[in-house]
Design a protein. Structure first.
Length: 909
């Protein structure tokens, strides 16, 4: 576009100096990174540069147009052969030198890039390599590839970060560390590596070093080593990092076949393939499901439109059969088992289980598998309601943890590590630590607060080394696609901790810690709270579970979820219980389309997750920058930054915003430091839009503005914020549309305000004050009523008894959220919730059965839309236990305290 404008303006004799500066800046940005792509290639790039320097703007514009046409089609794979033809052709406006239609038509071919890293690859050898591989491959192959050749560690890693089409690497045995083409992207990382080598901390051939680094940064890629040493001399770690090791390889046929085989394996979707094959088989249906094969649809007089809408394939694949090449979800032995094993590899777990009725069910499965009646569970009150219901079902005793709150935005954050440690120390003092079975936290939260998962688990395991962790990662399934995000996932943290605790280096680190720790007073809480704790490597057990909503952030159908397990005690202690829980909550009639979508989502993660998530992040960053820097948008809107969403004490890196005036290198390093070290970080793809200055509350903005006027759907709002989320399906068109809509809203507000009279201005100012200053406090968990409290000093409660007691209508009363409830509370009467009270979204309870109702909770409920509060009936009121029920519970509690025998509260009431 810029080169076209340059040509047009120059031809008209207009000033082109500003446009020339922009194009020159573009060349400067692109020049150092063109090395990492095969097409257009550095030679073509330099030719275009020469046209620009010679002021040959017309020719520059024409050649750029021809190249872009190739880049935007599948023809770029074959375009190298035509580059000379483009450059030698006479320029004719509108002329199409190369037809790309024939390439676009062959949509069954899948293309990718192979990176070769070898030191002695001269231009002649590179040409010979390309020739040999071209002879071996065929344009009729399903998978076709082009190659790029680099000669050092730095260039190879840079290519892998920038070129998303690279699917595998063929790595020589040794080559230089540094590149002559220095970019700031990896400077900090490369400097560390260089210093480690110079200090003599280790030495190994750099091919092995590069393989280990790539395996950590991009574990989905296939790596092949061209070794100069015998295979028997290659250590086990090398074989773990590389898919295959070739010794003194001269015949590239085996390399080619291995490359194709590796891609085929990652492309494989066992259950989807089996289901697709089943749908093509002629089958007689003499069992359930008239809809199977579509017979009851397509021969119907009245519902044929269903068939027209969904298409024939859906019904051909609808079956309740588990044979004929298919499999049983409850006892998989065939393609479903293979699909789950592939998912485990992709997501870094030891075992993965597919779930077809959402993460709500996945959460209940894990809780039931691990927790037994009477066990204590430390849980964030702001976690999803399914966890609370799961705790009720198994009869566990929850101890609710308090997340930090942001009153000015009506948002809860995450639970600080110090809060968890304090609660564990209470249990330790009271002799109840053995009863604590699980810690249950949400990573990441609705508003994008992400835990330092590794840091949290490490310090907690120092207090109780066998504690089980359940990380609800419903919104974080995409996080494994990039190295920065991946380090903060449950499965990667579990892997890292297991490796760390089995290393000799950690034993030395722990011995030094233990020596210093033993000098302190273990009875003093400060000994535990004010320093970083390390667990005993001889006692610690890594037991980590993660539940993920595949459908929320990956290409899974609605309700598709996965359970990922990294539990070194699973086979010995948990497998039978887990399978029983899985059987309990899993339907015997799972939807095969959901299962197939889980299989396909895994394939997409393997082959293009890195590319798609980076694009998702890029789009989110653009929205952040545009909204927060645009004069008019910034007047009414603001996308909240890490500084606003995370208190300073949890951000030792000092990162305040993802949009800073720092140099790119410094900005990148600060972000990386935050994601490495900070207790909490903000997922930049979560765009929490502050709308307080519009004078419109979040619920009205969601429904009356975004949905009714612009057909924009959002999931979560607060009193003065609206949450937008980019995902791997977000397009630049949708981002542009969102920004245009916000612009129109801001312009509309400007116009309205100019027309307001004095009364209307006063009303608007009052609304502003209500949404920006007079906001309700966000209450923490109050306490369980004494009759439901399991222990007075620690505070966990018997929520199951309260829940079932509250199902008896005769034992509850309803109070309207008006003066009546205010007067009752002012009189000193203690009100106790009989059920879950859950504003939705986000679906997190502000009251649970047996919890004491406080004035702050009532005040908050009054600010919320009544229809959005599950458990609260606007026509009836807030359900609380009748006073006589509480009196009876008190008598039972007093009796139990004076008598060694235990009396069930339900029986007494």
């Amino acid at each position: 576009m810029s080169t076209d404008r340059l040509q047009s303006l120059d031809a008209c004799g207009q000033d082109i100096s500003t446009l020339k500066e922009k194009i020159a800046a573009g060349f400067k940005i692109l020049e150092p990174i063109e090395l990492y792509w095969k097409f257009p290639g550095i030679n073509a790039f330099r030719r275009l540069q020469q046209h620009f320097e010679r002021q040959e703007y017309s020719r520059l514009s024409w050649e750029v147009t021809q190249i872009i046409r190739l880049m935007s089609s599948r023809a770029e794979l074959y375009a190298e052969a035509y580059m000379d033809q483009i450059f030698a052709s006479e320029q004719k406006d509108g002329q199409q030198i190369i037809s790309v239609d024939k390439y676009n038509q062959n949509s069954n071919q899948l293309d990718f890039t192979v990176l070769f890293v070898e030191d002695d690859m001269t231009p002649e050898k590179e040409k010979e390599l390309r020739h040999k591989l071209a002879e071996i491959s065929s344009n009729k192959d399903k998978f076709i590839y082009q190659i790029i050749v680099l000669s050092n560690v730095e260039d190879a890693l840079t290519a892998l970060m920038l070129n998303h089409s690279i699917q595998c690497c063929v790595i020589g045995y040794d080559f230089p560390l540094r590149s002559n083409n220095r970019l700031s992207l990896l400077e900090k990382y490369m400097s560390r590596l260089e210093q480690a080598e110079l200090a003599g901390e280790y030495y190994q051939p750099r091919g092995l070093t590069l393989g280990a680094i790539i395996h950590k940064l991009r574990p989905e890629l296939d790596l092949y080593l061209l070794s100069d040493v015998s295979v028997v001399d290659v250590d086990a770690d090398t074989h773990q990092n590389f898919r295959r090791v070739f010794y003194n390889q001269e015949d590239y046929l085996e390399v080619h076949l291995s490359i194709i085989q590796g891609i085929e394996k990652r492309y494989e979707t066992p259950f989807f393939d089996a289901l697709r094959n089943y749908s093509k088989e002629p089958t007689g249906v003499f069992h359930a499901m008239p809809i199977s094969r579509g017979n009851s649809i397509f021969k119907s007089d009245w519902i044929q439109d269903m068939g027209e809408f969904y298409g024939q394939n859906l019904f051909l694949a609808e079956t309740s059969a588990t044979s004929g090449g298919l499999d049983s979800l409850l006892h998989p032995t065939g393609p479903l088992k293979e699909a789950q094993n592939l998912a485990a590899k992709s997501f870094g777990s030891r075992q993965t289980f597919f779930v077809t009725n959402g993460t709500s069910t996945a959460n209940k499965i894990v809780v039931q598998a691990i927790v037994t009646p009477g066990d204590i569970v430390l849980v964030d009150q702001n976690c999803h309601k399914s966890h609370h219901y799961g705790i009720v079902l198994v009869g566990a005793q929850p101890l609710y943890l308090n997340a930090y709150s942001l009153k000015e935005y009506s948002i809860y954050g995450a639970v600080p590590l110090k809060e968890i440690k304090q609660q564990l120390l209470k249990f330790k003092r009271e002799g109840q630590l053995e009863q604590v079975k699980m810690v249950l936290l949400t990573n990441c939260t609705f508003d994008g607060i992400v835990y330092n998962v590794k840091g949290v688990m490490e310090e907690i395991l120092a207090i109780k080394p066998d504690l089980v962790f359940l990380w609800d990662e419903a919104w974080f399934a995409f996080a494994g696609c990039t190295s920065t995000y991946r380090e903060r996932t449950a499965m990667q943290a579990a892997t890292n901790l297991h490796t760390r605790y089995h290393s000799p280096q950690y034993r030395k680190e722990y011995a030094a810690f233990k020596e210093q720790f033993d000098r302190l007073d273990p009875e003093d809480d400060d000994t535990w709270l004010n320093q970083r704790l390390l667990p005993d490597p001889d006692q610690v057990k890594i037991r980590v579970y993660s539940t993920q909503s595949t459908h929320k952030s990956l290409s899974g159908m609605r309700q598709s979820s996965m359970i990922h397990i990294w539990d070194e005690e699973f086979n010995r202690r948990s497998e039978i219980d887990f399978l029983e829980a899985y059987m309990t909550h899993t339907t015997t009639s799972p939807n095969y389309q959901i299962l197939a979508s889980l299989d396909l989502a895994r394939r997409q993660v393997d082959l293009e997750g890195f590319k798609l998530v980076h694009s998702q992040i890029d789009m989110a960053m653009i929205v952040r920058e545009k909204v927060n820097t645009h004069p008019l948008l910034g007047k009414y809107f603001k996308i909240l930054t890490p500084e606003e969403l995370i208190p300073e004490t949890y951000r030792p890196s000092g990162l305040k915003s993802y949009q800073t005036q720092e140099e790119p290198e410094a900005k990148f390093q600060r972000i990386e430091q935050a994601w490495e070290d900070d207790e909490f970080v903000v997922d930049p793809t979560r765009l929490t839009l502050y709308i307080g200055k519009t004078g419109i509350d979040g619920y009205t903005f969601q429904n009356s503005v975004l949905m009714e006027k612009f057909n924009i759907q959002v999931n979560k709002v607060s009193l003065n914020t609206v949450l937008f989320m980019t995902n791997i399906g977000t397009t630049w068109g949708s981002v542009t549309y969102l920004l245009d809509c916000l612009q129109k809203i801001a312009e509309g507000l400007e116009q309205e305000l100019r027309q307001y009279n004095q009364v209307e201005i006063k009303l608007f100012e009052n609304k502003l004050q209500q949404l920006t200053l007079n906001l309700p406090s966000l209450p923490h968990f109050s306490e369980f009523y004494s009759g439901f409290r399991s222990h007075p000093a620690t505070g966990q409660g018997d929520m199951r008894s309260a829940y079932f007691l509250g199902l008896d209508e005769e034992k509850i009363e309803y109070l309207k959220l008006d003066n009546e409830i205010d007067e009752i509370m002012a009189s000193g009467r203690e009100l106790v919730s009989s059920t879950f009270i859950i504003p939705t979204p986000p679906g997190c309870p502000i009251l649970v059965p047996g919890q004491v109702v406080t004035g702050a909770i009532v005040f908050l409920m009054k600010q919320l839309a009544p229809d959005a509060i599950h458990g609260y009936r606007p026509d009836f009121g807030l359900p609380v236990f009748a006073q006589y029920v509480l009196d009876s519970l008190n008598k039972t509690t007093e009796s139990a305290m004076s008598d060694s025998s235990y009396t069930d509260p339900l029986g007494s009431v």
